[in-house]
Design a protein around this ligand. Sequence first.
Ligand code: ADP
Ligand code: ASP
Ligand code: MG
Length: 417
Amino acid sequence: MGRLVMKFGGTSVANIERIQNVARHVKREVDAGHEVAVVVSAMSGKTNELVAWCTEASPLHDAREYDAVVASGEQVTSGLLAIALQSLGIQARSWQGWQVPILTSDAHASARIVGIDGSEIIKRFSERKEVAVIAGFQGIHAETGRITTLGRGGSDTSAVAIAAALKADRCDIYTDVDGVYTTDPRVVPKARRLDKVSFEEMLELASLGAKVLQVRSVELGMVHNMPIFVRSSFDKPEDIDPHGTPPGTLISSEENSMENHVVTGIAFSKDEAQISVRRIEDKPGVAASIFGPLADANINVDMIVQNVSEDGKTTDLTFTVPASDFARAKQTITSAQDKIGYARFDSETDVAKVSVIGSGMRSHAGVAAQAFAALAARNINIRAITTSEIKFSVLIDAAYTELAVRTLHTLYGLDQV
Ligand code: ADP
Ligand code: ASP
Ligand code: MG
């Protein structure tokens, strides 16, 4: 007997029929003798609708009330799944974040989990054989008693945090694809499913745009050494061999020794904006005068390129910020133009970051150089580059994203044969 957390995303609970399908997946694990806590997302499209309603009510709305609204999607699915389980003869009870409780910071709309008390749920496992159905994405800020949410895609994080708190053996993430692929399989049909991925590589994939898991969930998996298994909820529960290994991807601390590739996967993100500050005085302290105020405004700067000055007097500084922070970044820099001392502010919001990830890069030279040549052969211009130990990223025009991803996928031998 083991203890499992099973998380089901939006498409997996999109309607009553899908929720009944989820209930049968849960029953399968209960029948196999496991103690089960389920974490559910809102029905697909629901959170987007709720977010849009907040914006329609007022573009600049109170983040506490936004959380009160958007947390409701998960409340509905947790109750519905508990009902569906009960109708299969399984003891089940729904739990909202505040009822567990899942305690978080007060950073409304992007709160961080600070503690989970799983004692009552564990007690009910043994005393009542009860399945806990927990609303993902939401928590409570203890001091104010207000409902919080964990940021988009946050149910993954709820699931891994709950798995750690309950000391589960594994956290299964059921979604609409049957694992983590070498790149988004909806964009590159030749993408291959990976059997195993290390936490470290998954952290890079997720933070560079592979939205199959929220970044924070991978961080928590790594910190608590909680194995995460990504698998499909679309497999029929009745067809799954309880003793076999289902298709899926195991994310764990193990290095991926089976696959003999230098590159593990490719991620991309169109949520980037490029800013160039032109003809700044080339003297100590200018970078600080730009990036200091951006940091104070809580804006994450990613790629940074500073040109060597031609005349020794002025230089250009180019960097990227998340597209959602672009307006604020522009305001921060242009309002400080006199203090910073620059001639021109240029920007481009139609850009994309394509990133190549693989722990094999540690021991192989020239991996990035191959990419630059392949992109050049396709006439794709590179606007900026960053590298680190196990990944590199290039910034390109957004229109070329798919072409660049496919080109690199083939280049590094990732295509399915
Ligand atoms: P859920 O609603 O179950 O949380 P998401 O839509 O958040 O599902 O995440 C699953 C989606 O992630 C897939 O449908 C796929 O399009 C996308 N995705 C992006 N990159 C990858 C990747 N490398 N492997 C698998 N899926 C990926
Ligand atoms: N429902 C939330 C969202 O759409 C959380 C999640 O699905 O993980 O972002
Ligand atoms: Mg998701």
